[in-house]
Ligand binder design. Sequence first.
Ligand code: ADP
Ligand code: MG
Length: 264
Amino acid sequence: MTSDVLLKHYLKTLRLPLFLSEYPQLARQCAEEKASYEDFLLRLAEREVAERERNAVKRRIREACFPAEKELADFDFTVLPNLNKQKILQLSMGEYIAKRENVVFLGPPGVGKTHLGIALGREACRRGSRVRYFTATGLATAYREARDQREVGRLDAFVKNRDLIIIDELGYVPLGESGAEHLFGFISNCYERTSVMVTSNLPFAEWNQIFADERLAGALIDRLTHRVHIFDIQGDSYRLKTRLRAPVGDPDGEDDSPDRGEEG
Ligand code: ADP
Ligand code: MG
């Protein structure tokens, strides 16, 4: 039927894939229900919009470069009685991003800082925020490479375009002089413009070890903590705990399997 072929062609030209795939079935259904033309159009448009929103969320999650898929729903709060679950759930609503507030997770390795950071980041993506995940060393390296390629401006512009920047694992590796300066400049740039989420195994008092410069560390903490939600997580390593809980000799007791890749 020529009109059918034409319609398909027009819908493709207009980039309305859901119209294209769904209209025959929906047209039959609406005819049976004696639904109005407006109703038919409305239902088609709704499906198209919902599909676009789903794709946008997927794209935002992909662009955030999370190293793993972690969700709040999979986080066991009962093992951390001192962690304020309500406050975490409230953060997942994303108001702190609108207010350009920062978040800091402190605590020893394995207590779930990265898990919480990724989970909150993914939630932010679902709510329309543009997010980017870095490890602290990864970010410092990105700047060092950008400087070498005279592309710091481009990196800055990219980062300024984000609503939330996650800097994970600050403190595991000393950053060196240039790395520390880059990170300081970076967080200064974000100040009151982009929300920053930082995780660290070191308490603030020991951050001068990371920056090898007490004044720089002080100034950075000052900016970072001006408007901030701080979670000082005290607890045992979750990995270790699951390992201890497993029956003796059960090699599957620990969850050290590599994290799954990001969804497309
Ligand atoms: P950290 O960043 O504090 O070193 P991670 O977030 O990397 O710790 O946690 C280590 C592993 O244990 C991850 O696989 C994480 O998903 C898991 N994990 C940690 N805490 C919890 C928890 N409370 N509930 C569920 N999984 C957890
Ligand atoms: Mg971590």
